[in-house]
Design a protein around this ligand. Structure first.
Ligand code: SRM
Ligand code: SF4
Length: 575
């Protein structure tokens, strides 16, 4: 005799009632009495690519004045594989100036974010993004998110193929609902004959062949990597494809499943997890593999607890053998054994590089992805000027940077001039530590932030740079990542030094991830302030300077010497 079935989460009800993501968004937009959306619509809106937020710097003051919070919206535009045309960049920039806060935010998943859009400007913003041939649908919500692809492997022909596969997967998993087009692009409502949650045929308007009417239990993330670069952090995603190159030909992909970063402080049932490599597939099998894994998660992911709803938990609850059985029943074939591969690093590369097609690509450092004009570095204007003359593309990197891509040799000089004039040449002067730093957005826009992140990491890195200098290690590349809470948006658990916010000024310090993104770090100190962080690092840098093995990376050193003793997931993947 089983007990009562656990209730589905309220968000499941919102999705079911939303009639394929319509909700009451039109009414919410028309309601001029408030700057906010109706409660249910704050969930539906995510599938359309925007989040309701309020400026947390203004919260107290607004409360004192008995005003409603300073509601504003963050809009995320998908850029599959991070490839963006100069025209799209210019359009995003113009929209940021006209309707958002005048900056562009490059994300850790190679997408764009705009902050500070008020409700009355949402429609113009989303239309403008669509006019530039980017879109915002499925940039957030319980669906497959922006598909990542390494932006610049040296073998350009193979990169084109891998990127084409990433974009095909992205198209395949884009929701079919016509709600997006009706609401934002004023398209006619499209009729159809589809399933509805209640099997009530009169409300039929849409159908979702892969997702069904309640979409996925939770967000779903995918990436494509080309070894030896692991810049996408391939083991941090629900589903990833690792390109296997044999005799200079793309033979197919190793398939990795069940990665994820998100956790909750003090709740051991939530944890970051590295993906398992479960086999090898050909290029032709990629869409079938993707659809099978997505539908397994659709059918078995936990819809009763959003904290336990990602594929990593479905996998840990049921095991790999179960996954293979489910998978084979859906696709009708067995994955081949996975093939050997090796990753060397998970950071970005900076400066000019030439690819096998003879074109040049310039990797530029954008600190924490915030493209803005500041005293001494007018990076926003500089990238605008570059986009105006660029014949190639801009590629957004998985570490919040940008690559000016596809430049003919004769055009390099003019790009260099603009880069210098606008302070975009910092990569040439700053430390490898800073080049390997990454922070999530955090305050003031993120509603989940517990501590500063984007606004604080640059300062802290400066102090850690001084320590490294004292130990004669200013040229040492170390990955350092900070997030304002344990959700893991800057993938902090894959950094050699990870800082995860607990409260204003307090962070959990994680140490010892592998420099190539194949091992998670471990919690080393809980709830520490800046002074403690610097003291701990000072001691460890002294040890490192004294007894590292040759070019050994910091995280590997801590691991080898036993400074790091345990971790939630200490498997070393792939080597
Ligand atoms: Fe994230 C929620 C920002 C990449 C795990 N993330 C959020 C929200 C939307 C806060 C919210 O729900 O109210 C943040 C908006 C802040 C703001 O003001 O802009 C936010 N996440 C970001 C971005 C912009 C960070 C950045 O600095 O670049 C990244 C946007 C990616 C994109 O373009 O799609 C971003 N988020 C990630 C990553 C990294 C990745 O995907 O490679 C992760 C960890 C990987 C993973 O998903 O496991 C991540 N974000 C989360 C989670 C925890 C999910 C979980 O499974 O527990 C949340 C909270 C949630 O979903 O409930 C979250
Ligand atoms: Fe916000 Fe936390 Fe993500 Fe940072 S890690 S952007 S604080 S949800």
């Amino acid at each position: 005799m089983g007990g009562a079935k656990p209730a589905l989460t309220p968000v499941e009800g919102v999705k079911a009632r939303s009639n394929y993501l319509r909700g009451t968004l039109l009414q919410s937009l028309a309601d001029s009495a408030t700057g906010a959306l109706a409660e249910d619509d704050t969930h539906v809106s995510k599938f359309h690519g925007f989040y309701q937020q309020d400026n947390r710097d203004h919260r107290e003051e607004r409360r004192r004045q008995m005003l409603e919070p300073d509601h504003q919206f963050m809009i995320r535009a998908r850029v599959p594989g991070g490839i963006c045309t100069p025209r799209q960049w210019l359009a995003l920039d113009a929209i940021a100036q006209q309707w958002a806060n005048g900056t562009i935010r490059l994300t850790t998943r190679q997408a764009f974010q705009l902050h500070g859009v008020i409700k009355g400007n949402l429609k113009s913003t989303i239309r403008g993004i669509n006019d530039s041939l980017l879109d915002t649908i499925a940039a957030c919500g319980d669906v497959n998110r922006n598909v990542m692809c390494t932006p610049l492997p040296e073998a350009s022909a193979i990169h084109r193929q891998v990127c084409a596969d990433a974009q095909a997967v992205s198209r395949h998993l884009t929701p079919h609902t016509t709600a997006y087009h009706e609401i934002w692009l004023d398209k006619e409502r499209v009729g159809g004959t589809a399933e509805t949650p209640s099997a009530n045929k009169k409300e039929v308007s849409d159908h979702e062949p892969i997702y069904g009417p309640t979409y996925l239990p939770r967000k779903f993330k995918m990436s494509f990597a080309i070894p030896p670069r692991n810049d996408v952090d391939v083991f941090a995603h629900d589903l990833s494809f690792i390109a296997i190159i044999e005799n200079n030909v793309l033979a197919g992909y190793n398939v990795a499943v069940g990665g994820g970063m998100g956790a909750t402080h003090g709740d051991p049932a939530t944890y970051p997890r590295l993906a398992d490599t479960i086999g090898f597939c050909t290029r032709e099998q990629v869409l079938a593999v993707t659809e099978a894994i997505v539908t397994i998660q659709r059918d078995f992911g936990d819809r009763t607890s959003r904290k336990h709803a990602r594929l990593k938990y479905t996998l840990d609850d049921n095991g790999l053998d179960w996954l293979h059985t489910q998978f084979e029943a859906r696709v009708g074939f067995r994955l081949a054994a996975h093939k050997p591969f090796e990753f060397t690093h998970n950071g970005d590369r900076f400066g000019w590089q030439q690819t096998s097609d003879g074109l040049w690509h310039l990797g530029l450092f954008i600190e924490n992805g915030r493209v803005a004009d500041r005293a001494g570095a007018t990076q926003l204007t500089g990238l605008r000027e570059i986009a105006r003359i660029l014949k190639g593309e801009l590629r957004l990197t998985p570490n919040q940077n940008v690559v000016i891509s596809g430049v003919a040799a004769k055009d390099r000089a003019v790009i260099d001039e603009l880069v210098q004039a606008h302070g975009l040449d910092s990569w040439d002067r700053i430390s490898p530590l800073r080049l390997h730093s990454m922070a999530c957005v955090g305050f003031p826009t993120c509603g989940l932030s517990m501590a500063e992140s984007e606004r604080y990491l640059p300062e802290l890195v400066g102090r850690i740079e001084s320590l490294l200098e004292e130990h004669g290690m200013q040229e040492q590349a170390i990955t350092i990542r900070m997030t304002g809470c344990p959700n893991g948006c800057a993938r902090p658990y894959l950094a050699e030094i990870g800082l995860v916010g607990k409260a204003p000024g307090l962070y959990n310090l994680y140490l010892g991830a592998a420099f190539n993104g194949t091992r998670l770090n471990s919690l080393y100190r809980e709830s520490v302030q800046e002074a403690d962080i610097l003291q701990v690092l000072d001691g460890l840098f002294a040890l490192f300077a004294m007894s590292r093995n040759g070019a050994e990376a910091f995280g590997n050193f801590l691991h080898r010497t036993g400074v790091i003793k345990s971790s939630s997931d200490q498997r070393e993947i792939g080597q």
